[in-house]
Design a protein around this ligand. Structure first.
Ligand code: ADP
Length: 231
């Protein structure tokens, strides 16, 4: 089964909704934070200052989540930087290796044309790679140890593009999952947001690239990212 990502305007709308929700949630959080600060001396005399600490930490965590969500759904122009395939893959390895080890999964990276260059917003492309690798790890984990997990990342120059392939031997996808893969909020996971791939696709499109997916249910999935190469 093969599916190529298509343009989707839902994401622009999503960005607007996210911004207004974030704004509405931040205001009460700020006032809660202020009142907890005021209560702090009283909690201290009760020997319960620890509670204030926890509440403040949790409020800050909620704020961080809102901030990250806003950032991931806000369309931003890529801040271009020229990097080699080799250095990009090294970064990806650094980001994902510990997670892969934790889940008992092998990761192999290979770069042909290691010195080929792409012009990318490194932060954004790292986010894309991480989303895809995490999905691969989830797909392997969901097999419940039926076979040992393996992720292969291979990069090579392909004409005017650099192709980065991420292949897993996880649970794969059926046709109906495949057809909704890039829809904002589409998820098959209990804890999923369904944002990873829609955001990833938009980032790649902003770079003038594209994403292709092929998958076999029960066998595995391959994502191929194409980014314009720089000579
Ligand atoms: P989330 O990971 O939060 O569910 P994504 O947009 O990243 O959101 O992914 C959407 C859905 O696509 C996932 O819930 C899963 O069903 C499917 N998917 C993505 N990558 C893979 C993969 N490598 N193998 C199997 N299914 C995948």
């Amino acid at each position: 089964i093969e599916q190529t990502a298509y343009q989707n305007d839902k994401l622009a709308m999503l960005g607007k909704i996210a911004a207004s929700i974030a704004h509405e949630i931040r205001n009460p959080l700020t006032s809660i934070r202020g009142f907890i600060q005021l209560l702090r001396p009283h909690l201290m005399t009760l020997g319960k200052e620890e509670y204030a600490r926890i509440i403040l930490d949790e409020i800050d965590r909620a704020n961080d989540i809102i901030y990250e969500f806003l950032n991931s759904s806000k369309p931003t122009a890529p801040m271009a930087q020229i990097v080699t395939i080799e250095s990009l893959l090294k970064e990806v390895m650094l980001l994902s290796e510990s997670e892969a080890i934790m889940r008992g999964c092998q990761m192999h990276l290979e770069a042909y044309d290691a010195q080929a260059k792409v012009s990318i917003d490194v932060k954004q492309i790292k986010q894309v790679m991480l989303n895809i690798v995490k999905n691969a790890l989830d797909a392997i984990t969901e097999l419940g140890g039926a076979r040992s997990g393996r992720i292969d990342i291979v990069a090579r120059k392909d004409g005017a593009f650099v192709e980065i392939s991420v292949r897993d031997n996880g649970k794969g996808m059926d046709q109906s999952t495949m057809s909704r893969l890039f829809d904002p909020f589409f998820t098959t996971k209990q804890q999923g947001t369904g944002l990873g791939l829609s955001v990833s696709y938009r980032i790649i499109r902003n770079h003038g690239g594209t994403i292709r997916v092929s998958s076999r249910p029960g066998e595995g999935t391959e994502f191929k990212i194409y980014l314009p190469s720089v000579d």
